[in-house]
Design a protein around this ligand. Structure first.
Ligand SMILES: Cc1cc2nc3c(=O)[nH]c(=O)nc-3n(C[C@H](O)[C@H](O)[C@H](O)COP(=O)(O)OP(=O)(O)OC[C@H]3O[C@@H](n4cnc5c(N)ncnc54)[C@H](O)[C@@H]3O)c2cc1C
Length: 478
């Protein structure tokens, strides 16, 4: 069996298939040391629901008007309820997050108290759940080929069965036979700007804080053999972050974090130099409620975080602790304590007046001056008249003034080839493409709203489901 992508879904699929007696080959696009995908740099939580019927009600409510077939929801709920048992059965140590009620994203929805968020080991973050899964793969005789991206599925012209996959290994084309099935676990399209533009709602571009290797390859491979797509417009974002040209993934700015303690004048403006949001707004994985419906917050790019010298001198504008995120865990950029290195790099722009800063950013100087004035008078009155921001209600006082260009950023996409309750990838008429399976965020079940830890929870659950069904196939060459 060939598993394409060595993240959480690939690991769960490969381990389960191996333990059921299959010979498994894992193909991974990244070089050794950069495998693991988003799973490696996630906060490491996975979902384990405590009650199947409640979980069905909760997921169904999260789907809102974007319903998912009931048989999929049921299978998801049943299998997600077994995640802890499975992790423990392969030697893991499931630990519940310390403050579980705080982690229920939609407590108002029916069944919400079934949500329990776990991770492996004592500490949340720091790649701990991933390290455990990777170790479990390596303890088994599962071959992993690194720098070996899957490129094209090999399909029988008559039966339409998937017989294998063409991959590249260090630039050379290789064809790999899959006697039972191919399972696509190669993540979403977080780094494919063409797909972002065409599928994600209302944004011309977006970057990720996760792996740079997820480029929508699984979507294209699925399409080429006739797969239907679903949930292509759903993603865990947008937030606003710095995308520096020298780095592939985004830097989140601490003054925009909810509850961060740095103090100084700070607003975010759009291309018209006007504010457009409460800068400290907390979204639920990129969704806010407006007019009775959940949707993404506005991100009129390019956006600019404009701030004064008081904030600039408060300490680093980026928290580099390697808890989560590709930049912090893998790239490890060493942000300077006083922000001067980033000023020198040009990531932060500086000017003596607000008008001069506007000119440096290509913004209308008068409009930016007006925005700062309005903000200062809101601070004086103790109330943000425009967007109701209550945190860091601090006026601009000290020059010089600074700006950082912000881009939309996301954790991951949810769309991809549609799968059924057996983990099989299906065609538009609902029939499965023989011997083709998937799991993980590539064609995830989440169609609208998302419960944190749900993605890795789904990787583990559908990894097992797809592996079991794929292993049960009879080999095509016997
Ligand atoms: C900062 C951050 C925090 C998060 N926190 C959480 C959390 O706490 N809980 C949670 O549930 N979710 C979280 N998420 C989301 C979650 O990490 C992902 O949705 C999930 O890990 C996806 O797992 P996956 O195995 O499907 O894909 P990935 O883990 O991304 O793995 C895909 C793998 O496929 C490889 N690949 C890509 N293309 C190819 C190809 N053509 N051939 C071969 N290999 C290929 C990639 O290199 C990668 O190794 C977070 C995401 C981020 C970025």
């Amino acid at each position: 069996m060939v598993v394409v992508g060595f993240g959480g879904a690939g690991a769960a699929t490969a381990i389960t298939a191996h333990d059921l007696g299959a010979k498994v080959l894992l193909l991974e696009k990244a070089p050794e040391g950069e495998e693991g995908g988003n799973t490696r740099v996630a906060a490491q939580g996975y979902l384990n629901v405590s009650d199947v019927d409640k979980a069905i009600a909760y997921l169904d409510a999260m789907c809102g008007p974007f319903k998912v077939p009931p048989e999929m929801v049921r299978v998801w709920a049943q299998e997600v309820s077994r995640n802890n048992d499975w992790i423990a059965s392969i030697g893991g140590d499931p630990q519940e997050h310390q403050f579980p009620p705080a982690g229920i994203e939609f407590p108002q929805f029916p069944g919400s108290d079934c949500v329990h968020k776990f991770h492996h080991g004592d500490i949340l973050g720091y790649s701990n759940t991933w390290k455990f899964l990777e170790r479990a793969v390596k303890q088994r005789p599962i071959d992993v080929l690194y720098e070996a991206p899957g490129r094209e599925l090999i399909q029988d012209g008559v039966t339409r069965e998937i017989l294998g996959i063409r991959a590249e290994q260090r630039g050379k084309s290789i064809c790999v036979k899959a006697r039972k099935a191919v399972v696509l676990t190669c993540g979403g399209f977080e780094n494919n700007q063409e797909m972002i533009r065409n599928y994600l709602p209302g944004i011309p571009y977006c970057y990720t804080s996760g792996t740079p290797y997820n480029e929508g390859d699984g979507v294209k491979m699925g399409q080429s053999v006739g797969a239907d797509l679903w949930h292509m417009n759903n993603y865990a974002g947008p937030s606003m972050a710095l995308k520096a040209p020298e780095y592939k993934t985004t830097f989140s700015m601490t003054p925009l974090h909810f509850g961060h303690e740095q103090q100084g004048g700070m607003i975010v403006v759009g291309p018209d130099a006007n504010r457009f949001t409460n800068e400290k707004l907390r979204t639920l994985h990129g969704k806010i409620k407006k007019n009775g419906r959940w949707g993404p917050p506005p991100v009129p790019c390019p956006m600019f975080m404009v701030f004064d010298h008081a904030l600039f001198s408060c300490g680093p504008l980026y928290d580099k602790k390697p808890v989560m995120g590709w930049g912090r865990i893998v790239e490890r950029y060493d942000w300077s304590d006083d922000n001067t290195a980033e000023l020198e790099r040009g990531w932060i722009k500086q000017a003596g007046t607000v008008a001069a800063l506007a000119r440096a950013m290509g913004l209308d100087p008068l409009a930016l001056e007006e925005s700062v004035k309005r903000w200062n008078s809101s601070c004086d009155s103790g109330k943000d008249q425009e967007f109701g921001r209550s945190k860091m209600l601090v006026p601009f006082t000290q020059p010089p003034f600074y700006a950082i260009e912000l881009s939309p950023s996301m954790l991951n996409t949810q769309g991809g080839p549609r799968r059924n309750e057996k983990g099989q990838i299906v065609r538009p008429d609902n029939t499965p493409i023989p011997r083709l399976y998937s799991s993980g965020e590539l064609g995830s079940i989440y169609s609208y709203l998302y419960q944190g830890t749900g993605n890795i929870g789904e990787c583990l659950a559908f990894g097992r489901i797809s592996a079991r069904n794929a292993v049960a196939e009879s080999a095509w060459d016997e």
